[in-house]
Ligand binder design. Structure first.
Ligand code: FPP
Length: 265
C-alpha cells in the first residue's frame, strides 16, 4: 500500500489532491518549499518508442502525469506551477505530431476544465498564443476567464512559448511606450520588465525540474529563472510520479540558496 502511494501510482488510477498530512508528504519541510516550480516535461517520445508505441502515445500518457502533478502542487499549496507544453521550436516536428498535440491540449481543456475550476486553480497561458489554432485560442481564453477569480495555485501553461521571444515582446512593448512618450527610458526597471512579461504577477521561479535526463533550459523562463535551483531526473515524464515530485521538493529544501550573497536564505 505504501509503495502504491509513494511511487507506484499507475497512470490510469484516479489521484485526488493529497492531504497535508498524507504519507506522500511525510518528508516535506513545509517552511522550505519552493513557491514557484517550473517543469520541463521531457521524454514523452522516448517513453513511447521504448515501449514500441507511437510517440503520440507518450504525449497522451504525459497528460495523466500532468494531472497528478497539478493535484500534488495543490496539496503542497505551491503558489505557482508553470509547465512547458509546446515551445516556439516544436513547430519543427512532423505535422501529424504537431496536430496531435494541438488536439490533445484542446481535449485536455474540455475534459479537465471543470475539475481544475473546482480545485480553485487559476489557469493562465503564456507564449505567443495568437500563433495557435483559433479554436484552441478561444478555449484558452474561456478557461482563463472562468478561473480568473480563483485563489489557488497559479497554473501557467507555456504554449508556443520561447523565453527569448517573451523577452523580445516585453522589450518591444516597453519601447513602444517610450516612443509614445508614456514612459521614460530610466523608468525601464527590472520590475517594469517583470510586469511586461507573460508571467506578470508571478513570483520568480525557485525550482526548475526537467525530466528524462537532458540538463538544459531549452529557452524556458530565461528571465524568471535567474536564481532558480535546478533538479534533473532521468525518469521520463509519463513515468514521473507524485513521489518523484515530492523528492524534488525534499532535495530543494536541502539546498543553500545565497542569491549572490553569503548567508543561507
Ligand atoms: C516533450 O517530450 C514533451 C512535449 C513537447 C509535449 C509536452 C506535452 C505534454 C506533456 C502533454 C500534456 C500537456 C498539456 C498542457 C495537456 P518529447 O516529445 O520531446 O520527448 P522526447 O524528448 O523523448 O522525444
Amino acid at each position: 500500500m505504501l509503495k502504491k502511494i509513494l511511487g507506484g501510482l499507475g497512470s490510469s488510477e484516479k489521484f485526488e489532491i493529497p492531504a497535508h498530512d498524507s504519507l506522500l508528504f511525510k518528508d516535506i519541510k513545509w517552511d522550505r518549499l519552493p513557491r514557484h516550480v517550473a517543469v520541463i516535461m521531457d521524454g514523452n517520445g522516448r517513453w513511447a518508442t521504448g515501449k514500441g508505441l507511437l510517440r503520440t502515445a507518450g504525449h497522451t500518457a504525459g497528460v495523466k502525469t500532468l494531472k497528478n502533478i497539478l493535484k500534488t502542487a495543490i496539496g503542497l499549496k505551491l503558489d505557482a506551477l508553470t509547465v512547458y507544453a509546446f515551445s516556439t521550436e516544436n513547430w519543427k516536428r512532423p505535422r501529424p505530431e504537431v496536430d496531435f498535440l494541438m488536439q490533445l491540449f484542446s481535449d485536455y481543456l474540455k475534459k479537465e476544465l471543470q475539475e481544475m475550476h473546482e480545485d480553485n486553480v487559476q489557469i493562465h497561458f503564456i507564449g505567443r498564443i495568437d500563433g495557435l489554432p483559433a479554436s484552441l485560442q478561444k478555449q484558452m481564453r474561456e478557461a482563463e476567464t472562468l478561473m480568473q477569480h480563483n485563489t489557488g495555485v497559479k497554473f501557467n501553461v507555456a504554449a508556443n512559448y520561447g523565453g527569448q521571444d517573451e523577452i523580445l515582446r516585453a522589450v518591444q512593448s516597453l519601447a513602444a511606450k517610450v516612443a509614445a512618450g508614456e514612459l521614460r527610458p530610466e523608468e525601464i526597471t527590472e520590475q517594469a520588465i517583470d510586469d511586461a512579461l507573460d508571467t506578470r504577477g508571478n513570483l520568480p521561479v525557485d525550482l526548475v525540474i526537467r525530466t528524462s535526463g537532458d540538463e538544459r533550459l531549452s529557452n524556458f523562463l530565461l528571465w524568471q529563472s535567474a536564481y532558480a535551483e535546478f533538479y534533473f531526473t532521468k525518469v521520463n515524464w509519463p513515468d514521473f510520479t507524485p513521489a518523484d515530485f515530492v523528492a524534488a521538493m525534499v532535495d530543494f529544501a536541502g539546498r543553500n540558496r545565497r542569491f549572490g550573497g553569503l548567508k543561507n536564505q
